[in-house]
Design a protein around this ligand. Structure first.
Ligand SMILES: Nc1nc2c(ncn2[C@@H]2O[C@H](COP(=O)(O)OP(=O)(O)O)[C@@H](O)[C@H]2O)c(=O)[nH]1
Ligand SMILES: [Mg+2]
Length: 305
C-alpha cells in the first residue's frame, strides 16, 4: 500500500515557504535562486519504499491567496499544516487573518491536522527580548483564533538547520500514531544501555524516535544530530567501501556520542546514542543489537505511517 502524506505549507508571500521546503528536500539548496512561487507547487520526498510525502507549497501572493480560499479541495486530506510567518514582515496581522481563514476552511471540510506555526527568519531580529516579545504577541493572537486545532510554535531560521529539522520531525511524529509507542521503547532501551539520550533517524535524516533523560541531554544530542548526522548519513549512503558505519564522538566535558547505522526490516536507519560518561558509551554494540533484535521496534517502524 502506498502511503501518501500530505503536508501543506502556507503563509504570506516571501515568508520563506519555498526555501524551507527546498531545504528539507535537499538540505543544500542555494538561497538566492528562488523565484516567487506561482500557484501551488508540489515537492515529493520518498520516506521509505511505500511512504511518500507530498509537500504542497501554496504561493502566498494576494491573488493566489484568494483563490485557495475558494478552492476547499486543496485542503482535503491534509495531514499537517505548516504556516510560515516572517517575523520581520510588517504584515503580521494580515498573516494571522490569513491563517484564520484557512482554519475556517479546514474546519469546514472536516479535517483535523496539527498546525505547526513557524515563526521564521528569527535571525533578522537580533535583540532577544524584542524577539521574545514579538513571539509572545503572535502566539497570543493565534491562540485566540485557533478554534479546536492543536497548534505548535517553533522559532526557525534557514541559518539554524536544527530549528527546521526539529519542527519538521516533530510534525511528522504527530502524524504517526506510533510515535509515542516508539519513544517508549527507546526509553526502555536507553535504560538498558545507560544512554542519556537516543535518537532514531530515517534515511532522509528526519528524527522518528527520541528519548532524553533531561533537557540538557536533549539539547546536546540534537546539536550532535544537527552538526554531524547529515554528513554521517551522506558518507554511508555514498557506498564507499572505506566508509565507516559507526562513529564515536568525544566531546570532552559535554560527553560522548555513538552514531551508527542499523538495518530494521531491511531498511537503513541511524541512531545516535549519547552519554555523559565514556564507560557507558563504550557499551557500543549493545544498543545496535537490542534495536535489531527488538520485535517491538521493528513492528512499530513497519507501521509507522
Ligand atoms: N534572513 C532570512 N531570510 C530568509 C529565511 N528564509 C527565507 N529567506 C529569504 O526570504 C525570501 C523569500 O523566501 P521564499 O522561500 O521565496 O518565500 P515564499 O514566498 O514564502 O516561498 C528569500 O529571499 C529567502 O532567501 C530566513 O530564515 N532568514
Ligand atoms: Mg514560494
Amino acid at each position: 500500500m502506498l502511503n501518501n502524506i500530505k503536508i501543506v505549507y502556507s503563509g504570506l508571500d516571501n515568508a520563506g515557504k519555498t526555501t524551507i521546503i527546498k531545504f528539507l528536500e535537499s538540505r543544500q539548496y542555494g538561497l538566492n535562486e528562488l523565484k516567487p512561487t506561482q500557484g501551488i507547487e508540489r515537492v515529493e520526498i520518498q520516506l521509505s519504499m511505500d511512504t511518500q510525502i507530498t509537500q504542497w507549497d501554496m504561493g502566498g501572493q494576494k491573488k493566489f491567496r484568494d483563490e485557495y480560499l475558494q478552492r476547499e479541495r486543496d485542503f482535503h486530506d491534509t495531514d499537517l499544516l505548516f504556516f510560515v510567518i516572517d517575523l520581520s514582515d510588517e504584515r503580521i496581522d494580515e498573516a494571522i487573518d490569513y491563517l484564520s481563514s484557512i482554519l475556517q476552511i479546514i474546519e469546514k471540510v472536516n479535517q483535523n491536522p496539527l498546525i505547526v506555526v513557524l515563526l521564521h527568519k528569527k535571525d533578522l531580529i537580533q535583540e532577544i527580548s524584542q524577539l521574545n516579545d514579538l513571539v509572545e504577541k503572535i502566539k497570543d493572537k493565534i491562540n485566540s483564533i485557533k478554534k479546536n486545532f492543536q497548534v505548535r510554535f517553533f522559532k526557525t531560521s534557514i541559518y539554524d538547520e536544527l530549528s527546521l529539522l526539529n519542527s519538521f520531525s516533530i510534525g511528522l511524529a504527530t502524524i504517526s500514531r506510533k510515535a509515542r509507542e516508539l519513544n517508549m521503547e527507546l526509553s526502555k532501551m536507553a535504560n538498558k544501555v545507560y544512554a542519556d539520550a537516543i535518537l532514531l533517524i530515517e534515511k532522509n535524516g528526519f528524527i522518528i524516535g527520541e528519548y532524553s533523560k533531561d533537557e540538557m541531554s536533549d539539547h546536546i544530542v540534537k546539536s550532535i544530530y544537527s552538526y554531524l548526522a547529515l554528513s554521517f548519513i551522506d558518507i554511508i549512503e555514498s557506498n564507499d567501501e572505506a566508509a565507516p558505519n559507526r562513529m564515536i564522538l568525544d566531546w570532552n566535558e559535554k560527553g560522548y556520542a555513538l552514531m551508527e547505522s542499523v538495518s530494521l526490516n531491511n531498511k537503513p536507519y541511524y541512531f545516535i546514542k549519547y552519554s555523559k560518561s565514556s564507560e557507558k558509551i563504550i557499551r557500543k554494540f549493545v544498543l545496535r543489537s537490542i534495536l535489531t533484535s527488538s520485535e517491538a521496534v521493528t513492528n512499530i517502524i513497519k507501521n509507522y505511517f
